[in-house]
Design a protein around this ligand. Structure first.
Ligand code: TC6
Length: 693
C-alpha cells in the first residue's frame, strides 16, 4: 500500500504499522497511508478489529514539524483522526516510546489505547507556539475531565503511562505490548465500537474558577500566547458540542501556526538539535570516557562534578586541602540531596551516585583520568599553575579542559605537551542544572576531542555549542555589549527599574541590573580592570558601576547594589542611596538626564547584541546565527518564544535592526561601530536564517 504504512493480518485482526523513522512523525505520506487504510479495512469482511502499531523506537511522536512552514497538505490530521474514530471496526492504538502531539491525537481517535508502562504521553504543542490542532483540546477533556486536560494542554509536559491510565487516556498497561494488544483486539473484535460523546464535556468548575485558572496560565506563560489560547480551547470543550469545538480549535491552530512566536519556537526546536552538528565536527569520533577529574570543588567545580556523576561517570574532585575536599564532597552531596527532595532522584540512586565520587587534596586521582576539567579561580596565573601540574600528573593522552568563562585558554596552557587534547568546556552556574555548555576550540584542538566534549554534554543531557576563542566566548561577549549599553542608558537618564522592567516585559526572566546584583558586582569590576589596558581609548566609560562597588556595595550579597535588599530577601527594592550616587555622577558629567520609551530600551539593547553577534560570526567564533540563538536561550534566559536575538532580528526585520544600530553608532562612534555583516544583511533586508545552512 504505502512505503510508510503497511497492513498485515493475524486472523481476524489487522495490524496497521507506521514506519517513518526517526520518530514516526505523522507527515503527509503517513496521513495518506492511514487515510486509505480505514475504508480498506472497513470493507474487509475478514477483519473485525484493527491495531495501530509503529515500527522503530516510538509510537507517532507528533505531526511532522517540518511541514508547518508550507501550506497544509491533504489529508489533514483532524480529518484523519475523525475518519479513524468513525471506522466500523474497533481500532486499538499500541503505545510505546513518546506519544506526543499529533501522535496522541491520532491515538485518541482510536477506540482503545494500550500502552507499555515506560511510555511518555503528552501534548507539547504549546512549546511550539501552537495548540493541539487535531482534536486534542476537545477529545482530551471529554476523556480526562477539566483539571488533567488543562494541565496536559497548557503546560505541554508529558506524563507517564501509569498517570495516563489513571486519568483515562490509556485503557490498559502491557509489558508485552504486541501480544497483549493482539489479545485485547481479539477480545473486542466484532463488538460495538465505543464513540466519544459529542455533547459539551461536564465540569463542576464555575465561570469564576475558569477565569482564575486562565489568570494563572497567563502569568506562567510570561508573554507566550499559545498556552493561553490553548486554555481557551479546552474551556470551549465544556461549552460547545464537539464539532463546534473542533472548528474553534482548527481556526486557532491555523492562526497560531503563522505567528512569529510559533516560528521562533520551531526555530528553537530545530536549532537546539542543529547545534550538535557543527561543520568542524564532521567525521570526528568521540573518545570513550569513564573517569572525569575536576580540579577545584567550589560552586562551579562541585556543580560540574554533580552533572558528571548524574551522567554515570566516575568522578574525582581535586582540592587544595583536606578541608576543602570535604567541603566539595558536602556540596555535591547537597546538590544530590536537593534532587531527592524534588523527587528527581531516589535515595538508593543518590547513594550509588555518591559512591562514584572520590575527593583528594593532591593531584593523585588525575593519573588515570580520561578527562580533566579545571574549574579554579578565574585568574590566568592560577590556571597556569594548575595546567603546569596537569602536564606532569595527567596521562599524556588525557583530554584537558578548562572551564574559563572569559580567558583565552592558550594563555595558560602553552607549556602543556600535546595541545591537540586541550579545549574549553564552559559550563554555566549552577552547572548541574543549567543546560548550556560552550565547547571552546583552540587552534590546536583535535576534532575528536571536541566531539568528546559534545558526547559528554549529551550524556549530561546538556546542549553543547561550539565556540572559537575570544574574550567571553559567544555568550559572555554578547553579554558584555548588552551590559555596557545598559550602563550607558542608565547614565543617560533611564532608571535601573525602567530598564529591567522593559526587558522583563520583553520576556527576559530578569533585567540586566537585577542580574548584575545577583551575580555580584565585583565580577564586572574585576573584568573592567582586566580590560583596561586593551579598551579602545575613545570608548565611552561609565564610572557608575565602579563607584557603586567602591562604596562596598556588590549587590545581593551586601544587600546593596543597583537596588537594595531586605535581610533574607532577593526582592530588588529601589535604593535612594544608589539613585543619589547616579544623580551625582550625572551632575559631575554635566548631563541632563533624558527620558526613554520602553520600546527604545528594548530595541537598543537588542541591536547591540545582534551587532556583537555579527562580529562573532564574521570572526568565525560561532559557525551560524542559530548557535548564537541557542547560547542566549539556554544560558542567558532569552525567551524561547522569541527564538534568540538573531531570530528576533529576522522577526523585527534586519533593516530595522540596522537602522537602530546606525543611530547608536552615529551618536557615539567611539563606542559602537556597525558590523559590516549587519550592514550587508540589513541594507538588503535579508534574514539571518539564510546563513544557518
Ligand atoms: C503536533 O503534533 C501538532 C499537531 C496538530 C496538527 C494539526 N517532526 O529529538 P531527537 C526529528 S506538533 C519532524 O534528536 P530524541 C528531530 O529534528 C509536534 N521532525 O530524538 C531529529 O532530526 P535530526 C508535537 C522531528 O530521541 C530527529 O527527529 N510533537 C519531530 O532525543 C530525532 O529527534 C513534538 O513536539 C517532529 N515532530 O527525542 C515532539 N520530532 O536527526 C517533538 C523529532 O535531523 N520531538 N524530529 O536532527 C521530540 O520531543 C523529540 O524529538 C522526541 C525524541 C522526544 C520525540
Amino acid at each position: 500500500m504505502s512505503d510508510v504504512v503497511t497492513i498485515t493480518r493475524e486472523g481476524n485482526v489487522a495490524i496497521v504499522t507506521v514506519d517513518n523513522p526517526p520518530v514516526n512523525a505523522v507527515g503527509q505520506a503517513v496521513r495518506q497511508g492511514l487515510w486509505d487504510a480505514v475504508p480498506e479495512l472497513d470493507g474487509d469482511d475478514g477483519v473485525e478489529a484493527v491495531i495501530l502499531a509503529c515500527a522503530g523506537r516510538t509510537f507517532i511522536a507528533g505531526a511532522d514539524i517540518r511541514e508547518f512552514d508550507g501550506g497544509a497538505m491533504e489529508p489533514w490530521l483532524p480529518d484523519l483522526v475523525e475518519r479513524i474514530h468513525a471506522a466500523k471496526k474497533p481500532w486499538i492504538a499500541a503505545l510505546f516510546g513518546t506519544v506526543l502531539g499529533g501522535g496522541l491525537e491520532t491515538a485518541l481517535g482510536c477506540h482503545y489505547r494500550i500502552a507499555h508502562p515506560a511510555t511518555k504521553i503528552g501534548l507539547p504543542e504549546v512549546s511550539l507556539g501552537i495548540l493541539p490542532g487535531a482534536g486534542g483540546t476537545q477529545r482530551t477533556p471529554r476523556i480526562t475531565g477539566a483539571a488533567a486536560a488543562v494541565k496536559l494542554v497548557t503546560t505541554g509536559a508529558p506524563i507517564g503511562a501509569q498517570e495516563a491510565e489513571k486519568i483515562g487516556l490509556v485503557d490498559r498497561l502491557a509489558e508485552d505490548l504486541a501480544a497483549e494488544a493482539l489479545a485485547f483486539a481479539r477480545d473486542v473484535a466484532g463488538r460495538d465500537v465505543p464513540r466519544l460523546d459529542p455533547a459539551p464535556a461536564q465540569t463542576d468548575l464555575t465561570p469564576a474558577d475558569w477565569d482564575e485558572l486562565r489568570t494563572e496560565v497567563e502569568k506562567k506563560a510570561r508573554g507566550q500566547i499559545s498556552p493561553v489560547r490553548a486554555f481557551d480551547a479546552v474551556r470551549a470543550a465544556f461549552e460547545l458540542p464537539l464539532d463546534e469545538g473542533m472548528k474553534l480549535e482548527r481556526a486557532t491552530f491555523l492562526e497560531l501556526k503563522e505567528t512569529d512566536q510559533s516560528k521562533a519556537l520551531r526555530h528553537a526546536f530545530f536549532a537546539e538539535r542543529a547545534v550538535a552538528k557543527p561543520a568542524a565536527l564532521k567525521g570526528a569520533t568521540p573518545r570513550d570516557l569513564d573517569k572525569i577529574a575536576v580540579i577545584g570543588g567550589g560552586l562551579m567545580g562541585s556543580g560540574i562534578a554533580t552533572a558528571a556523576l548524574n551522567a554515570g561517570y566516575d568522578v574525582a574532585i581535586v582540592e587544595q586541602s583536606a578541608d576543602a575536599a570535604t567541603a566539595a564532597q558536602d556540596r555535591v552531596a547537597g546538590n544530590l540531596a536537593s534532587a531527592v527532595k524534588r523527587g528527581k532522584l531516589s535515595e538508593a540512586v543518590r547513594d550509588a551516585t555518591l559512591a562514584r565520587l572520590t575527593t583528594a587534596a593532591d593531584f593523585g586521582p588525575v593519573s588515570d583520568a580520561d578527562l580533566v576539567i579545571e574549574a579554579v579561580f578565574e585568574e590566568t596565573e592560577v590556571k597556569r599553575s594548575v595546567f603546569d601540574r596537569l602536564a606532569a600528573a595527567a596521562p599524556r593522552d588525557a583530554i584537558l579542559a578548562t572551564n574559563t568563562s572569559y580567558i583565552d585558554p592558550t594563555k595558560f596552557t602553552a607549556q602543556v605537551p600535546n595541545p591537540e587534547r586541550i579545549m574549553g568546556l564552559h559550563f554555566f552556574s549552577p552547572a548541574h542544572i543549567m543546560r548550556l555548555v560552550e565547547v571552546v576550540k583552540t587552534p590546536a584542538t583535535h576534532p575528536d576531542v571536541l566531539a568528546t566534549g559534545f558526547a559528554m554534554a549529551k550524556k549530561m543531557r546538556k546542549v553543547a555549542v561550539l565556540s572559537g576563542i575570544c574574550d567571553g566566548f559567544i555568550g559572555n561577549r554578547i553579554l558584555g555589549a548588552y551590559g555596557r549599553m545598559a550602563g550607558y542608558l542608565l547614565e543617560d537618564g533611564a532608571s535601573a527599574q525602567q530598564i529591567d522592567g522593559a526587558m522583563k516585559a520583553f520576556g527576559m526572566p530578569m533585567g540586566p541590573f537585577e542580574m548584575f546584583d545577583m551575580a555580584g558586582l565585583q565580577i564586572g569590576y574585576a573584568n573592567r580592570k582586566r580590560e583596561a589596558a586593551t579598551r579602545p581609548a575613545d570608548q565611552r566609560y561609565s564610572r557608575i558601576p565602579d563607584l557603586i562597588v567602591e562604596q562596598g556595595w556588590t549587590g545581593q550579597k551586601t544587600r546593596q547594589g543597583y537596588y537594595r535588599y531586605e535581610e533574607g530577601s532577593r526582592a530588588a527594592l529601589p535604593s535612594p542611596e544608589t539613585d543619589a550616587l547616579i544623580a551625582t555622577e550625572r551632575a559631575h558629567l554635566g548631563m541632563t538626564p533624558r527620558s526613554f520609551t520602553d520600546e527604545e530600551i528594548v530595541a537598543t539593547l537588542h541591536a547591540v547584541q545582534v551587532n556583537e553577534a555579527c562580529k562573532i560570526l564574521a570572526e568565525k567564533i560561532a559557525e551560524r546565527p542559530l548557535d548564537i540563538d541557542v547560547v542566549k536561550m539556554m544560558g542567558y534566559g532569552y525567551p524561547r518564544w522569541r527564538g534568540g536575538p538573531m531570530q528576533e532580528a529576522d522577526a523585527r526585520g534586519t533593516d530595522r535592526v540596522l537602522a537602530t544600530m546606525q543611530g547608536i553608532a552615529a551618536a557615539d562612534p567611539g563606542s559602537w561601530q556597525v558590523s559590516p555583516l549587519l550592514s550587508d544583511l540589513g541594507s538588503a533586508a535579508r534574514p539571518f536564517a539564510g546563513l544557518n545552512g
